[in-house]
Design a binder for this molecule. Sequence first.
Ligand code: C5P
Length: 389
Amino acid sequence: MPKIVLGVCGSIAAYRAADLARDLMRAGCEVRVCLTDSAQKFVTPILFETLTGNPCLIDTFDEPERGRMAHLDWARQADLLLIAPASANTINKLANGIGEDMLTTIALAFEGPMMLAPAMNPAMYQHPETQASLNNLVEHGATLIEPTEGDVVAGESGQGKLAGNAEIVGTALALLNRSNLLAGKRVLITSGPTQEPIDSVRFLSNRSSGKMGSALAQAALLMGAEVKVIAGPSMAIYPRNAHVIEVRTAEEMHKAALAELSSCDLAIGAAAVADYRPSNPQEGKIRRSDDAISLDLVPNPDIIAELAKSGKRTVGFAAEPSTDLTVAIAKIQRKGLYAIAHNDVSNRGIGFESDKNQITLIRADGVQETSPLASKLLVALWLLERIAE
Ligand code: C5P
């Protein structure tokens, strides 16, 4: 049974760590909790002791087993150190090697994988010191689950909400069971929508959120790959240890993808590239009149089909409005793909904009398999395990 030390810091989101501990236990892990001083203002050790059946550490000199220094004992026994919620204070201490409470002392003694799920006020999150510390920790191998955007306490909103438990648990399990199938491989991912200008202020686009591309990037990193993402405009937050190239139009995405092709081993087209663009985008603004107007559209380059011509393993996505696989199967042939992931976007619970997905992977050799309906990260890991072999 994998052993997780769950570090809980002083944040309103500390209450969510109770559910998180339970979810990790339901997923088959043994959980031991360590609270910082400020965490105890929000939650109590007895809550976690009762939930987990294990002692909860709070003070650096706590010694649940007499004669065994707990910070070393717990660090040696743990398979994963997960800090959720991680506060700015603890993040900045960790990045500077400071061990001045039980949690940061365990972190110093721990040699395995560390995961951080921050939660804090958006200004504290964006503070240059916090950002520099996070970059430093990620560079040294920590896995970061970026906080999400939304309403936070005190009537503010921004990036600072603790990520969803499903994502945190999914990532923890992925870290514990990680296959290094992509170690040493370079993965290129196109992600998000494209915007095709009609005039200087208007464009044609689609509902792609970029979340699947972001999940694929995180999954590929967890599996040991070096990752480049060519990202169309979206609110998606990409892992900071992926190299992200931002583009706007399909033509820009095409150019960037071809430029990166020689330095990749595997290409995945998760972008919802606009098939057509206005042939003649206007300078300035098209003015309103009573006359009907029409847009002349010309086809965009088929990016994934061109990447596939290189002979490198190339995998596409087929966002289809039904469960019928016929069109997806035809795309494998037409685009010269190794495989395609069929995504039924008529099902509102999965696909575009949703945090969940379910795909059917169809390989060029005809083999088909359907993923579980799960978080996009878990689906991404499922997919990569099948195409990395
Ligand atoms: O042709 P269709 O858009 O249905 O195919 C979807 C797949 O092809 C996706 O993997 C998408 O990223 C890719 N694609 C592309 N360039 C286009 C259109 C689609 O790379 N112009």
